[in-house]
Design a protein. Structure first.
Length: 186
């Protein structure tokens, strides 16, 4: 089992995006030229997660974006925050974030529909989101002119550390209950 866990750990470490149980299974099956049961893979992943719970490690394997990847532990958030602040040029602009939100909640959606909701041209924001691979072209609409329809990509899930679109916050999460002022006291 240690041998299998080491291979899985290496696969998770080397993968550029979250790697799923099935992708791990396919790699191991090809390597060992024998079927590796998913239960063995899941047990090995639990063993790897237990290993990285120790304080000596600053990172751990986390399920994110539908698969597993190594992420930094929350205790190191301050130092990572400084690095990210220095690299802030790579952040999404407000217009890109607004456009991405519209796409996430209304997908599949055309650029014309996005512009109708936002009230401004979305060409630049859509171009940047495609460039960052947060959205992708899902096809063409049957409407007049057959406009391109867009939707979020797997990278979107990874970027926001969610496993599915069902984990997106709903309007209820943002609306304050009527006739209430301030926060509830315990």
């Amino acid at each position: 089992m240690d041998y299998l866990a080491n291979h899985i750990e290496a696969l998770i470490f080397c993968s550029q995006k979250p790697i799923t149980d099935q992708e791990i299974k396919e790699c191991l099956t090809e390597m060992f030229e024998a079927d590796v049961p998913l239960t063995d893979i899941e047990e090995a992943i639990v063993k790897i997660q237990d290993k990285y719970q120790a304080d000596e490690f600053s990172f751990e394997p986390v399920k994110s974006g539908g698969g597993f990847q190594f992420l930094t532990k929350p205790a190191y958030q301050a130092s990572i925050g400084i690095l990210l602040k220095q690299q802030s040029k790579k952040r999404l602009s407000n217009s890109s974030l607004e456009t991405l939100s519209i796409i996430a909640y209304r997908q599949p959606i055309t650029k014309g529909e996005m512009e109708q909701i936002r009230g401004v041209n979305c060409d630049y924001a859509v171009h940047k989101l495609l460039e960052k691979e947060l959205i992708e072209i899902k096809g063409k609409s049957d409407a007049v002119g057959r406009p391109i329809i867009y939707g979020t990509s797997q990278n979107f899930l990874d970027y926001f550390s969610i496993n599915s679109l069902n984990e997106l916050p709903t309007i209820k999460d943002f609306v304050q209950k009527e006739n209430e002022i301030g926060e509830e006291q315990e």
